[in-house]
Design a protein around this ligand. Structure first.
Ligand SMILES: Cc1cc2nc3c(=O)[nH]c(=O)nc-3n(C[C@H](O)[C@H](O)[C@H](O)COP(=O)(O)O)c2cc1C
Length: 270
């Protein structure tokens, strides 16, 4: 192997931590450094990501509505090129379910010229409701992720076979419909975060962390483009000035808290 690459989209940091830990395990086993390819921010997605034979790429995205985030999928499909590199496809989900996200990422990576030799669906804290998967990946998860990285490196060195399949509908057909607490569909596609003008110090953090580049740098209370509800601006605002108060969003969060705070295992495939 020539390089170990940690390649990810990670608005709130769980995917980054997960992918980097797997990559570090693999890199240590191979005696190589980890190279980082973070395509979370719009500027990074202006570049093509081209890998090649001899690269081991740990490729990760979060699960949004049971799939690879739909606004990101075209970048993954059209601008990340495997050219014969080995790949571990990794999705992080927030303790509800990963549905068809792993199947989608597996198919995208294979279609892009990667040889997908490993895959994982990793249970992590939910960006909407941190009580789901609270604190994950925790210390035990990180040890498991690192060990998974070591096993991927061993498989890569032995020229192990590609994975024939992963769980999920292939190709995926539907997105998960978020539900309200009363069981009706929760409609919050057009919701945007609210900024509390009394708390906001106009530090610009929300604009810098928005993966869609949708916060007006002159006035953070103005959303200039699409909001994917990733929660990065809310989690990272140092003044705690941003919130989501959309009624359907809050009802969906209540439904998640009611039904999905239970222990969930991650899935590792080699
Ligand atoms: C818009 C959105 C949709 C989500 N949909 C799901 C889902 O369908 N199933 C699930 O278990 N978690 C879901 N999550 C939780 C994320 O997959 C999880 O929190 C992930 O770790 C976030 O990655 P990040 O910290 O790198 O941003 C969703 C999160 C967001 C923001």
């Amino acid at each position: 192997m020539r390089r170990v690459c940690a390649c990810y989209f990670s608005p709130c940091g769980n995917v980054e931590r997960t992918v980097r830990t797997i990559a570090e395990g693999a890199a240590q086993a191979l005696g190589l450094p980890v190279e980082k390819f973070d395509f979370t921010l719009p500027a990074a997605r202006e570049e093509e990501l081209c890998f090649e034979a001899g690269d081991l790429v740990i490729l990760g995205t979060p699960v949004y509505a049971g799939r690879v985030p739909n606004k990101l999928m075209p970048y993954v499909r059209d601008h990340i090129h495997g050219n014969g590199a080995l790949c571990a496809a990794v999705v992080c989900f927030g303790n509800r379910a990963f549905d068809d996200a792993l199947a989608e990422l597996y198919l995208l990576a294979g279609g892009n010229g990667f040889a997908v030799i490993a895959a994982a669906a990793v249970a992590t804290e939910h960006s909407f409701a941190p009580a789901l998967g609270a604190g994950r990946p925790n210390e035990a998860d990180l040890a498991e992720l690192r060990e998974f990285g070591v096993k991927i490196a061993e498989k890569a060195q032995k020229n192990g076979p590609v994975l024939p399949a992963v769980p999920g509908t292939m190709p995926p057909e539907k997105y998960y419909t978020p539900l309200r607490a009363d069981g009706a569909p929760a409609k919050f596609l057009k919701a945007v975060p609210r900024t509390d003008g009394a708390k906001c110090t106009r530090c610009g953090t929300c604009g810098k962390v928005c993966p869609m580049g949708s916060v007006d740098p002159a006035d953070p209370s103005v959303t200039t483009g699409v909001c994917i509800k990733c929660q990065a601006c809310i989690r990272r605002c140092p003044a705690g000035a941003r919130t989501f108060d959309d009624e359907d969003f809050l009802s969906h969060r209540a439904m998640l808290l009611e039904n999905y705070v239970r222990p969930v295992e991650s899935l590792y495939l080699l």
